[in-house]
Every structure is written in structure tokens, then in C-alpha cells.
Design a protein around this ligand. Structure first.
Ligand code: ATP
Ligand code: FE2
Length: 323
């Protein structure tokens, strides 16, 4: 069995093909480099213009055709409506045209499952950090429950918005990480509320600090404060759930300093520490295809008329049939 997965929740378009033996046959991504924040309609237009060729390229790369595909999966949510609709329309069309079963999958759960597939983590607490999401989850009573999340902007969005103000380009993560190595600590607001995080006050303060401190100092402190907040919540979630493994997922997870901080916390607790391989950390089609296989082989079925997009689909609404 082979599944073709379509990912389009934000500015990236991804196509992946995965087989039942969990081998990733192909996984390609396309996006228009951004100079500003994401413009939802423009992102969707990019996806609509490129999706046909990207699917063709994915199949050609591994010398497959639709005759070899047994299942279509797509990112049904959460995400930006216009992007999600491109994936849903394409998936529905392909399913009908080639008489293939269709499954819409949850993007956040896909990040967790591809991490579990490609690391030794079996039952981790997952820290999922990207441009649009900041979420700490663990599997409890049949679902991935959310133990902490951002109350306003996501960690990647904090870094990207700050970087644009500081004229560091987009995406900001890699530049901020590099500049942070040369910086010293200045005080910035640290906001953890219960198990949740708030990054908007930190963003305002970091932008303002650019008037009085070097960009290196602000980058360093922005990372230290925002990452420490995440470590605090992740540590409490580990203690609360009793999980003994920590897994990083999402595009911000490539940050070495973040990995180091979470790793040392996990180490001190005697917990295992895992990072999703770099090529699968960010949004990609393979994770959507893999979750499609997990769901389909455990009984999930979807009629085309039920394949509407779910912009605010929460991680803990998904019934995890495969564990
Ligand atoms: P999602 O739709 O899940 O929210 P996304 O569209 O933001 O995902 P990802 O590829 O998962 O896509 O993540 C991109 C984010 O990762 C951007 O905010 C970017 O700045 C951040 N990032 C990339 N490299 C680094 C880095 N070295 N340090 C910190 N953040 C980074
Ligand atoms: Fe993502």
C-alpha cells in the first residue's frame, strides 16, 4: 500500500509518498520565499499554481503513477483556510478521478507521528514549535492531550516578526540563532500563565530593546527567555504526565540552543530526548502520508463530502485509533 499525502496549511506546499512499511519514497516541498508575513490568499494561489506539477514531480521521481497509489491523504487542518482548501480540493479531485480512498488528517498529530516513526521515542511528551504552532502534548486516554500552548503568537512567529522589525530577513530563525551566539543577556519579560505561554509582550519588548541594545544582545535574550518559558512548561508537563521521553517537532526545532536547553532539562530528569530528523521537522507531505496510512489501516474512512477543511481543528479532538 502506498499513500500520497498533500500538505498545505500555511506557505509551504508538500507532497510525500509513503508505503505501508513506513518507507518514505519521496518527499518534496515548494514555497515562495517570503519577504513579509504570510499572505493567506497569495500562499493559496502559489499552491494552486504549483500543486499539479509538484504531484507529477513526486511521482516521476520514484517512477510511479496513480496506478501505484492506494490512498490519498491531506492536511485537513488546522491552518490557514485558503491553503487548506487547495489541499482538500486537490485530494478530493484525485480520489474521485482515480477511485481512491481519501483521508483528511490533523497536521499537528502528523508532526508527532512522523517524529515517533523516525526516532526511538515511543510515548513521548512532544514539544511542537513552528511558525504557526506552539504546543506541548502527550498521549493520554486515547488522545494527544494538550498540556500547554501559546495563548497568543507561536514561537516561530515571535522570532520571525522580531527579525522582520530588525531587518534580518525572513525566516528569522536561522539569523537570530546565529546573532544570538555573540550576544549578552538583557532583561525581557517572561510570561508563563499556568501551563500556557504568552509571547506577544516579549515581542513588543524585544522590538523596543533594539533602540537601546545591540541586535546580538536582543537576539540572545529573546531566545533565552522564549526557550526557557517553553522548558519550564515542558518540564512540568513531564512531571505531571509521568512521560519519560521528550520529542521535538516543528520547524523551530532545528535551533541548536533550543535543543540543548530541552535536552539538559530532560537529562536532569532522566528522560530520553529526541529530535525529529531535520528534513522532517518542518511541514512536509511525508508526515501527512504516514498519518494517512496509520488512520486508514486502523479503520478511518472519509466520504468526499466530509472532507471540508477544519481551520481550528484541535489536536485533542482527534481520536487516536492506531495506538
Ligand atoms: P506550521 O504550519 O506548522 O505552523 P510553519 O509554516 O511555520 O509550520 P515550519 O517549517 O514548521 O513551518 O517552521 C518554520 C519556522 O521555523 C519559522 O518560524 C522559522 O523562523 C523557524 N526556524 C527555522 N530555522 C530556525 C532556527 N534555526 N531557529 C529558530 N527558528 C527557526
Ligand atoms: Fe507544522
Amino acid at each position: 500500500m502506498k499513500c500520497l499525502g498533500i500538505e498545505a496549511t500555511a506557505e509551504k506546499l508538500g507532497i510525500g509518498i509513503v508505503n505501508i512499511k513506513s518507507e518514505i519514497l519521496t518527499n518534496i516541498t515548494k514555497y515562495k520565499p517570503l519577504t513579509t508575513g504570510i499572505h493567506p490568499r497569495e500562499a493559496a494561489q502559489h499552491h494552486a499554481e504549483n500543486i499539479k506539477d509538484l504531484i507529477k514531480e513526486a511521482l516521476q521521481k520514484v517512477e510511479l503513477s496513480f496506478k501505484d497509489i492506494d490512498l490519498i491523504s491531506f492536511s485537513q487542518g488546522p491552518g490557514l483556510g485558503p491553503s487548506l482548501r487547495v489541499a482538500a480540493v486537490a485530494a478530493r479531485t484525485l480520489a474521485l478521478k482515480y477511485s481512491l480512498p481519501l483521508v483528511g488528517v490533523n497536521h499537528c498529530v502528523a508532526h508527532i507521528e512522523i517524529g515517533r516513526l523516525k526516532t526511538e521515542a515511543r510515548d513521548p511528551l512532544t514539544v511542537y514549535v513552528s511558525g504557526g504552532n506552539t504546543q506541548i502534548t502527550a498521549f493520554v486516554s486515547g488522545r494527544y492531550r494538550v498540556f500547554g500552548e501559546t495563548l497568543d503568537i507561536a514561537l516561530g512567529n515571535l522570532i520571525d516578526q522580531f527579525a522582520r522589525t530588525a531587518n534580518l530577513g525572513n525566516p528569522g530563525g536561522p539569523v537570530v540563532e546565529k546573532l544570538a551566539k555573540e550576544g549578552n543577556y538583557i532583561e525581557l519579560p517572561y510570561t508563563v500563565k499556568g501551563m500556557d505561554l504568552s509571547y506577544s509582550g516579549l515581542l513588543t519588548a524585544a522590538k523596543r530593546a533594539l533602540n537601546n541594545y545591540s541586535v546580538e544582545d536582543v537576539c540572545y535574550s529573546l531566545q533565552e527567555v522564549s526557550f526557557s518559558m517553553l522548558v519550564e512548561v515542558a518540564e512540568r508537563a513531564l512531571a505531571h504526565t509521568g512521560k519519560e521521553e521528550l520529542l521535538i517537532a516543528g520547524g523551530v526545532g532545528v535551533n541548536r540552543r533550543l535543543q540543548e536547553m530541552l535536552n539538559s532539562m530532560a537529562d536532569e530528569r532522566g528522560s530520553g530526548f529526541f529530535t525529529t530528523p531535520e528534513n522532517l521537522l518542518g511541514d512536509n507531505g511525508a508526515m501527512i502520508a504516514w498519518l494517512g496510512i496509520l488512520e486508514y489501516t486502523h479503520g478511518k474512512r472519509m466520504k468526499p463530502e466530509d472532507s471540508f477543511v477544519r481551520q481550528r481543528w484541535r489536536t485533542d479532538e482527534v481520536e487516536v485509533l492506531w495506538r
